[in-house]
Design a protein around this ligand. Sequence first.
Ligand code: ATP
Ligand code: MG
Length: 734
Amino acid sequence: QSAPAPDYLIGLNPEQRQAVVTTEGPLLVLAGAGTGKTRVLTTRIAHILATGLAFPSQILAVTFTNKAAREMKERVGMLVGGAVEGMPWLGTFHSIGVKLLRRHAELVGLRSDFTILDTDDVVRLIKQLIQAEGLDDKRWPARQFAQMIDGWKNKGMAPHEIPEGDARAFANGKGRELYEAYQNRLKTLNACDFGDLLCHPIRMLRANPDVLADYHRKFKYLLVDEYQDTNTAQYMWLRLLAQRPQSKEPGQRGGSVNVCCVGDDDQSIYGWRGAEVDNILRFDKDFPGATIIRLERNYRSTEHILGAAGHLIAHNEGRLGKTLFTEQSDPEHEKVQVHAAWDSEEEARAVGETIEQLQRPDANGRRHNLNDMAILVRASFQMREFEDRFVTMGLNYRVIGGPRFYERQEIRDAMAYFRAVCQPADDLAFERIVNVPKRGLGDATIRQLHDYARARDIPMIAAARDLVETEELKPKARKSLRDVVEGFTRWSAALENTPHTELAERILEESGYTEMWQNDKSAEAPGRLENLKELIRSMDFYESMRGFLEHVALVMDAEQNEDMDAVSIMTLHSAKGLEFETVFLPGWEEGLFPHQRSLDEGGRSGLEEERRLAYVGLTRAKKRAHLWFVSNRRIHGLWQSTIPSRFLDELPEAHVEVAEAEMSYGGYNRFGGGSSGFSAGRQNPYGASRFDNPEIFASTYETPGWKRAQANRTDATSRNWGSRSGHQVERVGY
Ligand code: ATP
Ligand code: MG
């Protein structure tokens, strides 16, 4: 080589460098976590720009989140020195889809100012269509159909393309008709749903070869991160853009454009949302002449973290298998720590203490930033305990990839009920839930309530109480409103003499709110029910419903700004691609992780996807990984002893250590699952001694009596509430 390597190539290893400079022809980088795949993509863009192979507008780059897109843009800017004048085609599949559609809306029968509907809008629309067909929307729930449509759209299927069986399965064989009616309705409304952002561009490009040819000329380079999680529609879309007709231009191989995908089959975690890991496995068939580069050096994690993660994922069958090594080896490095706690409250407290310890200067005077720490949970309801704890401690935190616990829709709805019961003058709360679940109280009725209340200067609920005694409302509205009013009268009366958690449960039951989510067939519904249960559970720690409401008001007030130093809390799913010095992984228990639902619905492949999720979680850590399991969780309002996750059993002894009990571990063996290994009844690679060692789990103080009492408590009401939620529980379940 004659010229010295440009700055951006310095420091890359030979394989990474090859992946950056092999700009022509299809290229797949298939490599494990932390090997620099994303870095290669970023550097590749910088290289293309720096060498003048293309302008920014001629590069199409797909990331998994909008945040990742922003970061990539910034990094490219830094690498090429100075601002890149925009990278208009860098974004998620959806955001790029919107852009394409705005340009060519008329080709799919829309106007360029079309609106994008959210899930609630979609469900409302479908419900109208179901009713218009004269079908019973209780028997054929709109949410379920919305879910089906989404599934079809993830596969890129138009109404005439859906499988016969699917079409028959819904609404007495009217599935296809309804889907078609729905699409027509969207067109009339000049609107599209999320799935359309993928499907419309596909159809538009297929039907308009001239437009497609324009894009073939335009995009000289295509790049895709997290390729293992693309779904069929995204894949079709990519292929359309990538497979230009045979080109006579020099440098073009196999008739396909310069497409570079990077991914890791072991990190495919969106199968439940239609992602097809097969896309990555057959890349070289789809793009003949593809170069495949493997990266094997991990730059992110210590030998212990990598060793633990590698050993764990080796339990999956049907992997491509990859070598991973790190040169970060040092006797000083901490092994992966496994901790036990009595329950989730103690888990949160102990994590909080570890964080405080890390913040104190260590022997070298080094303090750890909160920004370098993350808590990765399996299910969003787990966040509540940590958020509460951190607020109490005054520790900054932020929730990534979703609202904070108390900001979630179902939590806000439930809180609105509670607020309206405790403070009848809280019109905002009352208005939020007066028609949730739907009770046929339309805008007109609400307006009537408003007017009446304003004219007399009384709260809306008082207005409602008056109005149901008059002839002013339509009979149906009057009946519904009367039910609501009576509910609130009953609940307010019970406020002083009923235990507040019991009352809270009753309110959600009697108002039909819980039932609304139980009948909901969308993918989010079970999670929402879990969150509601967690909400009730958390009320236990407060004296009264009012006390609890005050607490939440304070939590909600906690600052959440981008710049502050703060611990991140997020689900494992949203942690993909990220990295942190220290990662806390709570809740490694059977039924929670692996999640019961995945086991029930996905069987073996469900379990393997859970294991990949565990692999993703562990490999987010650079220096420290702390795993937790608790001996008791309150499930469906009932304390149950839990069994440590099988994934703990699958960790290699050489890289893992069971943390000394620094604090109040309740004594897993004494009160808990009563097993002698991480998990009862399964083979324990360490022999029984590991968890029988009294030194390890000796509690430094007795477990408080109230906790034991709670652990043994059975609560008939709670049990009913849980068992109606649709998923049955054996030992432990979520
Ligand atoms: P994941 O599979 O988790 O998405 P990845 O393969 O995309 O991981 P990156 O996030 O690109 O990996 O890189 C992991 C870390 O290693 C980053 O901090 C990155 O800056 C660093 N890294 C990558 N390559 C090198 C290198 N050649 N020298 C030093 N550090 C590197
Ligand atoms: Mg990455």
